[in-house]
Design a protein around this ligand. Sequence first.
Ligand code: PGA
Length: 236
Amino acid sequence: MKYLIGNWKSNFSTHEAQEWIEAVKPNMRTVTDKLEIVLCPSFIHLLLFKLNFPNLQLGAQTISPFGSGTYTGFTSSYMLKEMVSYVIVGHSERRTYAKESISDVDNQVIQALDMGLTPIIAVDKENWFAQLSLINKDDMSKCIIMYEPPEAISEPVGKIGQGTPAPVEEVVDMIRKIKDEFTPKAAIYGGSVKSHNIKIFIEQNEIDGVLPGSASLDSAEWLKMIQIAIQVVSNQ
Ligand code: PGA
């Protein structure tokens, strides 16, 4: 099973989300044999997706490191469990802008697993070992690891990254290292994945999937990436 996971990040009004949904609806595949298609919009768009695509797998972009209760502004795993099956934790943007530490991320993993959600744990070359070492061995098989070097993330020129993905050899090498030390359910790549380069990543045996961010906001790009990924997995 390979994964195609879209990350909308902090984008789209409700109206724009609705327009995107209308644009993809006629051609959107939600369930396939060998490809798990997941979309991670913001919390506020989740219900819209649930109503429009009842079979699409959904993910959250973060989760509270606490349980439910007196934590104003946090969204707990209990609140999310009827809405999503996946949750991205430790994205480099969360680590940078929300100052999330490896122990915050570990607590998020614990909360997610407690409600049966699959954590997608984002790591880079610096933090992967320390982050993944915190996770209970038995829990690791329930987690997806995403290797994402922050400099590979698409951003306007002058910001964190400029839209150049990591070389596929580097990604394969990192994923091998991760899989040599740990035994996750899957290990995927994120960082400037688009329709023109998705094939090279998804066709590698070691890479179990990809997580495109900005390319998932473009309805035509999203449909194209689904189409290419289905083609690749059906030839494997
Ligand atoms: P990008 O984002 O595809 O726009 O680089 C990926 C991510 O950071 O989730």
